[in-house]
Design a binder for this molecule. Structure first.
Ligand code: ADP
Ligand code: MG
Length: 248
C-alpha cells in the first residue's frame, strides 16, 4: 500500500552573527557572519580543518560558541539545546543503529520525543516514502546498499519535519554513481519539503551543482560568499579565493 509522503514544510532563516569557537588556542571558527534565507540551499566549502563542521555543529547546538550568536527564524538559539532547534542533521558516516530495523532507526528521534509507537511507525513510513524507500522498514541496515543506508539516515533527519537540514559531507563515503544519485535526491528533497539546507563539502563540483550560494571557509574565516551560478560562470572567482590546489 502506498504511504502518504511528508507534507510541505517551510524552511527557517539562519542568522550566524560574529560566530567564534575556540578549542584551547585553536580558533576553529573566527568571526563568521552569514545570513541564510528561509528555503535557501547554502554550501559551506573549504579544505579539511577550515572550520566547516564546527560552524554546522554550532548551528545544530552540539557546540557552544565562545562568542557570537545563532539566530533561527529571529529567535536567539545560541544557548538552546539541539532538540529545541527544529533541525535535522546528517553526518558523513551514516550512523545507523545496526541492531535496529530501518523503521526503528528512522523513528528513533520520535521515540526520544515521546511519540507513541503507532504514530512513530506511521511517520517513519512517511519519511521512508519521501526518500523512496517505501516498504524497506522491516529490513536491517546491513541488508541495504550504502546509498540506501544514507537515504535511511536522511529519512531519520527529516522524520520530525525540521525546518532546517544540516549535512556534513554526507556523500563523501559513497562511490561516484551513488554520490550523483544522492545529490539529485537531496536537491529533490530540498525543493519538495521547502527546507533550508546547509551542506558542508570539500568538493567544489558538488558545491557548484547543488547550492544556491557557496560560502568559502579557510582557517576558520569566511573568505567569500557568492551565488553558485556566478562561480560556475566565472570559475576564476574560485581561484581568487586562494582555494584550488589546496583541496583533497
Ligand atoms: P572541517 O570540518 O572544515 O574539517 P573542523 O570544524 O572539524 O574543520 O575543525 C576546525 C579546527 O578546529 C581544526 O583545527 C580542528 O582540529 C579543530 N577542532 C575541531 N573540533 C575540535 C575539538 N573537539 N577539540 C579540539 N579541536 C577541535
Ligand atoms: Mg568536517
Amino acid at each position: 500500500m502506498a504511504q502518504e509522503a511528508l507534507p510541505q514544510t517551510n524552511g527557517a532563516s539562519i542568522d550566524i552573527r560574529a560566530l567564534e569557537k575556540r578549542f584551547g588556542n585553536v580558533r576553529a571558527v573566527d568571526d563568521v557572519s552569514l545570513t541564510i534565507e528561509a528555503g535557501e540551499f547554502v554550501a559551506l566549502l573549504g579544505p579539511s580543518g577550515s572550520g566547516k563542521s564546527t560552524v554546522l555543529m554550532s548551528i545544530a547546538g552540539f557546540e557552544r560558541p565562545t562568542a557570537g550568536k545563532i539566530i533561527i527564524d529571529g529567535v536567539d538559539c545560541t544557548t538552546l539545546p539541539p532538540n529545541k532547534r527544529n533541525i535535522g542533521m546528517v553526518f558523513q558516516h551514516y550512523t545507523l543503529f545496526p541492531h535496529l530495523s530501518v523503521a526503528d532507526n528512522v523513528a528513533f528521534p520520535l521515540k526520544m520525543r515521546g511519540i507513541s509507537r503507532s504514530e512513530r511507525r506511521r511517520q517513519a513510513e512517511a519519511a521512508l516514502e519521501t526518500v523512496r524507500l517505501a516498504g524497506y522498514g522491516d529490513r536491517m541496515p546491513k541488508e541495504l546498499s550504502g546509498g540506501q543506508q544514507q537515504r535511511v539516515a536522511l529519512a531519520r533527519a527529516i522524520v520530525y519535519r525540521p525546518r532546517v537540514l544540516l549535512m556534513d559531507e554526507p556523500l563523501s563515503a559513497l562511490d561516484k554513481n551513488l554520490r550523483e544519485e544522492m545529490q539529485l535526491e537531496i536537491k529533490r528533497l530540498h525543493s519538495e519539503l521547502g527546507l533550508t539546507v546547509v551542506f558542508v563539502t570539500h568538493d567544489q563540483g558538488e558545491a557548484l551543482t547543488m547550492a544556491d550560494r557557496i560560502a568559502i571557509l579557510k582557517a576558520g574565516k569566511l573568505q567569500q560568499v557568492s551565488p553558485a551560478r556566478e562561480l560556475y560562470e566565472r570559475p576564476s572567482n574560485l581561484f581568487a579565493a586562494g582555494f584550488i590546489g589546496e583541496m583533497n
